[in-house]
Design a protein around this ligand. Sequence first.
Ligand code: C2E
Ligand code: MG
Ligand code: MG
Ligand code: MG
Length: 285
Amino acid sequence: QSKQGGGNRATHFTAQMETLAVAALALDRDLDQAIERRELVLEFQPQGVPGGREVAGWEALVRWNHPKLGRLMPDRFIPLAEERGWIHRIGRHVIDSTLAQIATWDRAGTRIPRIAVNLSPSELRAGLADEIDALVYSHGLTPDRLALEITETAIVGDGAEVAYALTRLSQKGYSIEVDDFGAGYSSLGQLRHLPLETLKIDKSLIDDVHHSKIDTALVGAVIDMARALGMRTVAEGVELPEQERVLARLGCDSYQGYLLGKPMPAARVPDWLAQRSAAGPVQAG
Ligand code: C2E
Ligand code: MG
Ligand code: MG
Ligand code: MG
């Protein structure tokens, strides 16, 4: 390569960097206004019982309908929101919208007992339980209708304030769910002193559970230990009937994934529920 070529590549590289930086800046400015413009919307993903027909629960997942970039998934903007200190506002908005949706479904006769929302680590502050309580009661609801998902790394990482926030939430009647368990480096032993109702087993442990003996044994051990600690288990990212069958055999309480249903807009939930119950009881065998 000539010097000339190298220079062109360097110029090209710099231009790309500039484009990226400008894009990040624009996203940044837009996100600041996204809530007022009602661009943040929720989708809801169901959970089922392995080998059964029951609906075991729901998770709310945020999406950003960006005016220019189209629909952005949370991995594109949640880290940015955390960095800029906007995650608190977004988190309150997600919880408020979820509660509004539950109340709307209650009035329409669509029975959704409980929905889980995701919390970022920095939201786990001392005042969180009171803030959430105020939102819940403002919608005429009670704490049993809301669950809070927190990643295992967030729970293990920060000592006293996290433990305090979790304890207050649990005392008020909110279910705490450990998200993405198995993706980090914590052990169930580190979690055993905290008031945790549910353990969500990360998709990376579920991917090969149906054909890897080691993964089957590992997931089985996690389920058994969770039960010994009084926790309910949810398998994440279940895409195949073979995976569901193994999870039923291992005694996993529930599962979530594309096999049962992808995250869907609120408007589709009542139809999905009606179809699910019309399909009748699962066939034996
Ligand atoms: P998560 O809480 O672990 O959510 C599960 C993610 O896996 C979702 O991605 C869901 O769409 C996806 N998923 C579910 N079943 C399957 C499957 O069978 N196969 C595959 N390949 N994927 C599946 P999504 O919606 O893109 O969300 C990504 C992450 O963004 C979430 O992971 C959560 O950590 C975060 N997030 C979502 N909503 C919020 C929110 O309102 N607040 C905060 N702080 N974080 C959120
Ligand atoms: Mg989650
Ligand atoms: Mg997860
Ligand atoms: Mg995740």
